[in-house]
Design a protein. Structure first.
Length: 166
């Protein structure tokens, strides 16, 4: 009779024989098997049941395999595009969720039409930012979090208006 254990770390099925005994370390990821989150399952499979699978089950397995192949090809293609875009970016902010680099996806102009009214600096009567301020949008390709920063020109203008001694 074979016993089956599921690795708590990589979730691989580990089959061992009673004569040899249980594995102490996972052969796939080399983590310790015993203790935390270990699940042992009796693997008593009838050969008659296994042979009696329907053709519909076989079709389902083929679709799953094809889906994983297509998904991995899409991921590879997307990763090369993402890397090319990151190489062209002036800034590469890091996602606060997952620490991946974020992609610059566009620029938005905020102004009075959009309901934006710039505040004036206390030391001068100049606005802190221009009324037609540009915001650069970034998206994380891993978790899809969005983030925005004002443009370089508007940053310089903001520092000028805050540091003016007029």
């Amino acid at each position: 009779m074979e016993m089956q254990t599921v690795c708590p770390w990589c979730e691989s099925n580990i089959i061992w024989d009673e004569e040899i005994g249980p594995e102490k370390y996972c052969p796939h990821c080399d983590n310790e098997i015993s203790g935390y989150r270990t699940l042992e399952i009796d693997a008593m499979v009838d050969e008659d049941e296994d042979q009696g699978r329907s053709l519909a089950d076989d079709d389902w397995d083929d679709e799953e395999e094809q889906g994983s192949i297509l998904r991995s090809k899409r991921e590879i293609a997307a990763n090369s595009s993402i890397q090319a875009m990151l190489d062209e970016q002036f800034e590469m902010p890091e996602c606060t969720n997952c620490r991946e680099y974020m992609l610059e996806v566009g620029e938005q102009t905020l102004g009075e039409k959009e309901g934006f009214h710039a505040k004036k600096a206390m030391t001068s009567d100049l606005p802190v930012v221009r009324n037609d301020m540009k915001v650069i949008w970034y998206v994380c390709p891993s978790c899809y979090r969005t983030d925005s920063y004002i443009s370089i020109e508007d940053r310089k203008q903001m520092l000028d208006s805050l540091s003016s001694d007029e």
